[in-house]
Design a protein around this ligand. Structure first.
Ligand SMILES: CC(C)(COP(=O)(O)OP(=O)(O)OC[C@H]1O[C@@H](n2cnc3c(N)ncnc32)[C@H](O)[C@@H]1OP(=O)(O)O)[C@@H](O)C(=O)NCCC(=O)NCCS
Length: 259
């Protein structure tokens, strides 16, 4: 399945309001979006390894996935979409993004990290599970574009809740996911590190109480400070740069607006 700048994305929103302003639009910057298949496995794993090597932060603040993770998501466990650029005779991979489509019984279903135990709810979860963009293509909005696209794919495929994870060390990724309407709902230990759990219900629009004095917690503060805010019923909704330090802004949800 292929989407080009002239065609627009392959799966149009189908009469629904778009889930994020970055999508649906033409694929940006002359790139081509194509669903990857098992024949792309070697290229994808090499690309992922290269991103880890190139990371300015070491260890890199994103999960080092095993090859089997990609093999499964290229086949039965979800979808991987590649952003390709036409450099010379061959298309080069400029980025990729993973949508996980776990079963309800999958022990790795991220819904379990939120305390979901109802099989029917777990069956409607989709994972926004990893995006990578080559350094020369960063800062152009591609992660937000790909996140908007993945949310549309999840909705098209009948999923209702999208869940993602981001390290407190990965402010770019965290900021992008927050801007795509996924607030932080938990902070957990996962993949041997701390991860924020970000969640969006695709069937509703969450709004927040208008708080003139929002609670802000530096991203790299003692994790207890984040946990206290979350346990008090707040969710993290935005990143703010306070004197060169990123803080997570917490707000209370306005529940009735979810209906
Ligand atoms: C995190 C990552 C996917 C972001 O991709 P991206 O396409 O550059 O992100 P976007 O362009 O959508 O986001 C733009 C924002 O990121 C910032 N940004 C990220 N990387 C940047 C860079 N190298 N140069 C400039 N700005 C950058 C911009 O400041 C911009 O901020 P804004 O909110 O003011 O617009 C990319 O940096 C990457 O591949 N990192 C390694 C893998 C990773 O961490 N993946 C995420 C976890 S799975």
């Amino acid at each position: 399945m292929m989407a080009t700048a002239s065609q627009g994305p392959a799966n149009a929103a189908g009469g629904h309001a778009p889930l994020h302003g970055a999508w649906p639009q033409a694929v940006p910057y002359g790139l081509v979006l194509r669903k990857m298949d098992i024949g792309d496995l070697d290229r994808l794993t090499a690309f992922h390894a290269e991103l880890h090597q190139l990371s300015h932060q070491q260890p890199a603040p994103f999960v080092r996935e095993k090859d089997v993770f990609f093999a499964e998501h290229l086949t039965s466990a979800g979808e991987v979409w590649g952003l390709w650029e036409n450099a010379g005779p061959k298309y080069q991979l400029a980025g990729y993004t993973v949508v996980g489509l776990p079963t309800a019984s999958d022990p790795a279903n991220f819904g379990r990290d939120l305390g979901m135990d109802d099989e029917a709810d777990l069956a409607l979860v989709a994972h926004l599970d990893g995006t990578g963009v080559l350094p020369h293509r960063r800062g152009l909005g591609l992660q937000r574009y790909l996140t908007g696209y993945r949310m549309e794919r999840a909705r098209t495929l009948g999923r209702k809740t999208v869940i993602s994870m981001a390290s407190p060390q990965n402010s770019f990724s965290l900021s992008n996911l927050l801007q795509c309407g996924l607030p932080v709902q938990r902070l957990i230990q996962k993949y041997d590190a701390l991860r924020f759990v970000l969640v969006r219900d695709l069937s509703g629009q969450t709004t927040y109480e208008n708080d003139p004095h929002p609670v802000m917690v530096p991203l790299l503060a003692n994790p207890e400070e984040h946990v206290r805010c979350l346990q008090a019923g707040r969710v993290g909704i935005a990143l703010r740069d306070v004197g060169g330090t990123f803080s997570l802004v917490y707000a209370k949800r306005r529940e009735e607006a979810d209906q």
